[in-house]
Design a protein around this ligand. Structure first.
Ligand code: ZN
Length: 205
C-alpha cells in the first residue's frame, strides 16, 4: 500500500526554506532569520517569532488491542499511517479540535469528555516549503459501545477522501508492533509506546 511513496523525509526537508526574501511590512531586503527562531527587520523593527503549533491525535482502541489508523491521502507522508487528529485552530481547546477533526476526517461525532489525556511529544511537519514545529497532544478514546471491534467501527465511518485514503485496524500489543508500522510521524510512535507502557502499568502518571 505504501510502495512507491516517498520514504525519505530528508529529501523533503532539504527543500525547506522557512525564510522571507523581504520584510512583509516595509519591503526591506535586509530581513534576517535569527537561529530559525525569529525574523527581524533592521529597517522597520519588524519582529516575528516562529512559534510552535499545537496539534492533537487520538488513539482509539478496541478490546482486542486493535487501534484505528488512517492511511494519509496528502503530503507530508502521503500513504503512511496516522492516528486521527490535526492542528488546533485559533481559539479552540485541544478537545474541541479533536471533536472537529474526528467529524471532518471520519464522519463520527465524539463528545469532548470521551477524550482522555495521555501525553505530548514534539513533531516536525514539513508543508509547502515551510517546516512547522509542533507540540502534539495525545488522547485516548474508547471505541463507542455499539461496535465490537475497530473493523466493525470502520464500516460505519465516512472518511474524508482529500485527507484519508483509507482506514485500517492494526494490532498494537508490543513495542515491536509499533516499530513495524509505517507510521507517518515519530511523535505518534512515541505516544503509542507510552500508551502501551501505561496499559501495562509500567508507567505511572
Ligand atoms: Zn521591515
Amino acid at each position: 500500500m505504501i510502495n512507491g511513496m516517498k520514504t525519505d523525509t530528508e529529501t523533503q526537508n532539504s527543500d525547506m526554506q522557512n525564510d522571507f526574501k523581504m520584510c512583509p511590512i516595509c519591503g526591506s531586503k535586509k530581513i534576517k532569520n535569527q537561529e530559525n527562531r525569529k525574523w527581524i527587520c533592521p529597517d522597520c523593527g519588524f519582529d516575528l517569532y516562529k512559534n510552535v503549533a499545537a496539534a492533537v491525535g487520538v488513539i482509539i482502541e478496541d478490546s482486542h488491542k486493535n487501534i484505528l489508523f488512517e492511511v494519509r491521502a496528502k503530503e507530508p507522508r502521503n500513504g503512511f499511517l496516522a492516528i486521527p487528529g490535526g492542528f488546533i485552530d485559533f481559539d479552540e481547546s485541544a478537545e474541541e479540535a479533536l471533536c472537529r477533526e474526528c467529524f471532518e476526517e471520519l464522519g463520527v461525532k465524539f463528545d469532548q469528555n470521551d477524550f482522555h489525556y495521555i501525553c505530548t511529544f514534539p513533531n516536525t511537519y514539513p508543508y509547502k516549503k515551510i517546516e512547522y514545529k509542533t507540540c502534539d497532544i495525545f488522547f485516548k478514546a474508547e471505541l463507542p459501545k455499539k461496535y465490537n471491534s475497530i473493523d466493525d467501527f470502520i464500516k460505519a465511518l465516512k472518511p474524508e477522501q482529500s485527507e484519508v485514503l483509507t482506514l485500517c485496524s492494526k494490532r498494537v500489543a508490543t513495542e515491536e508492533d509499533i516499530e513495524t508500522l509505517p507510521l507517518a510521524f515519530e511523535s505518534s510512535a512515541k505516544a503509542l509506546k507510552k500508551y502501551l507502557a501505561m496499559q501495562k502499568g509500567e508507567y505511572k502518571r
